[in-house]
Design a binder for this molecule. Structure first.
Ligand code: GDP
Length: 433
């Protein structure tokens, strides 16, 4: 039995979905542990594209059971829509392959409305949230007034909770933002409907996980967003409202730290970021545009153009530290084909001082000037390679330089969006040596 946590090493969109789908056949369980439908994983299997927002990316593997842990916030309408789509396509014949923790908190219509109203009111200072209500739902969880998936199955308690919370939500929506209030009676009705539809999926996911571990199964934990969007370790306040680092898998899925064997950090071969906030290696000119178009860097959830720049080894080292990476995956290497030369940021200059460490404060990150090392590019198309040795020498040199700078072995390389466009240099689920 090996447990592997896969998390983003940058600002999300690293291609975690593709890798989780690729790793899933080796695991019996795939577990989402944080975030909500602000995640957007794009999978391409046999040329067919599937975009998932809540359901774990192991779902396209018929042998995998997919758990949505208690640390996730769930928009019932989005989850049901995704399940329907998967069923229509014949990708989810057995509903027991998707299980939702009764402890997961709900994203309700007032959360989405507040998210949008607040971003609108913040104008120039907006965080650039996806507007899906994730932040407001986590706020209610922490304020101990959240409504959970299991509550959908208890109509009387549900109606009481909705009426109680509605008073406070509508006060903010109507009184402060001048938005339409939410009708609590209509919401009770809607929630009862959602409850009936979700009942076959609601389960004690923590027990399922525990049994799988006792039975010696491989388990894969699927992170959403990325290390620098983590509420504690990210570029606060330009972050998401949950912990996305590997440690969050323990709390969000219900497993002790002693149960974790491996942590896979997933990075692109360059860097992207969506929304506001500092980005030391950002390229705003022609080069950024080139990376955006070659890498199709537009969000799966919002369609927003992603900001693009060179790979930042200072960030990756910080990510390796706060997550405890045992191995790295470098994705989208194919996108760099044809670049005459490549740059990797190895240190920052902040206020005249050079540092190799990721700074503590937002102000310092904003001031950071990247110091680059230049490596030769390659012109070959990488998308057909299946073995590490088939890659051009300069591609291998780039990969090996990343390993040396981050001090973590690069064990997986992705050279195209397809499931088969993946090169593995080591067995991902091997026991920790
Ligand atoms: P996630 O949220 O981390 O799963 O990332 P997204 O799905 O938002 O973004 C990754 C995008 O890159 C998707 O459109 C993938 O199909 C695509 N992708 C993943 N790996 C590769 C790769 O190695 N090469 C190319 N060209 N595209 C990739």
């Amino acid at each position: 039995m090996t447990t592997l946590i896969a998390v983003g090493a940058q600002w999300g969109d690293e291609g975690k979905g593709k890798l989780v789908d690729w790793l899933a056949p080796q695991a019996q369980l795939v577990v989402r542990f944080q975030g909500g439908n602000n995640a957007g994983h794009t999978l391409v299997v046999e040329g067919v594209q599937t975009v998932l927002h809540v359901v774990p990316a192991g779902v396209l593997n018929p042998g995998t059971v997919n758990l949505i842990g208690g640390g996730v916030v769930v928009d019932p309408a989005v989850l049901l829509g995704e399940l329907d789509q998967l069923k229509e396509r014949g990708a989810l014949r057995d509903p027991s392959r998707v299980r939702v923790s009764g402890r997961a908190h709900l994203i309700l219509p007032w959360h989405t409305a507040l998210d949008k109203a607040r971003e609108e009111a913040a104008r120039g200072k907006a965080i650039g949230t996806t507007g899906r209500g994730i932040g407001p739902a986590y706020e209610d969880k922490v304020a101990r007034r959240g409504i959970r998936v299991a509550d959908l199955l208890r109509p009387d308690a549900l109606a009481e909770a909705i009426h109680r919370v509605a008073e406070q939500k509508n006060f903010e929506l109507e009184g402060y933002h001048k938005w339409e209030p939410i009708d609590p009676d209509a919401l009770v009705e809607q929630c009862s409907e959602w409850g009936r539809a979700l009942e076959p999926y609601v389960d004690h996911t923590e027990r399922i996980l525990d049994h799988a571990l006792r039975d010696g199964k491989h388990v894969l934990f699927e992170g959403a967003q990325g290390t620098f969007l983590d509420i504690d370790h990210g570029t606060y306040p330009y972050v998401t409202s949950s912990n996305c680092v590997a440690g969050a898998a323990c709390a969000g899925a219900g497993i002790g730290p002693t149960g974790i064997d491996r942590v896979l950090g997933i990075t692109k071969a360059y860097t992207t970021r969506v929304g506001g906030g500092p980005f030391p290696t950002e390229e705003t000119g022609e080069l950024g545009e080139k990376l955006r178009s070659l890498g199709s860097e537009f969000g799966a959830t919002t369609g927003r153009a992603r900001r693009c720049g060179w790979l930042d080894a200072v960030m990756l080292r910080e990510a390796a530290t706060v997550n405890g990476f045992t191995q790295l995956a470098v994705n989208k290497l194919d996108v760099l084909s044809g670049m005459p030369e490549l740059r990797i940021c190895t240190a920052y200059k902040i206020g005249g001082k050079v540092t190799e460490e990721f700074p503590m404060t937002l102000a310092e990150i904003e001031q950071a000037e990247p110091i680059y090392e230049t490596l030769p590019g390659w012109t070959e198309d990488l998308t057909g390679a299946r073995e590490y040795d088939e890659l051009p020498g300069d591609t291998r040199r780039y990969v090996e330089r990343i390993e040396a700078l981050v001090n973590v072995p690069v064990e997986i390389l992705s050279i195209g969006p397809g499931r088969d466009q993946t090169i593995s240099r080591a067995e991902p689920f091997r026991p920790r040596g």
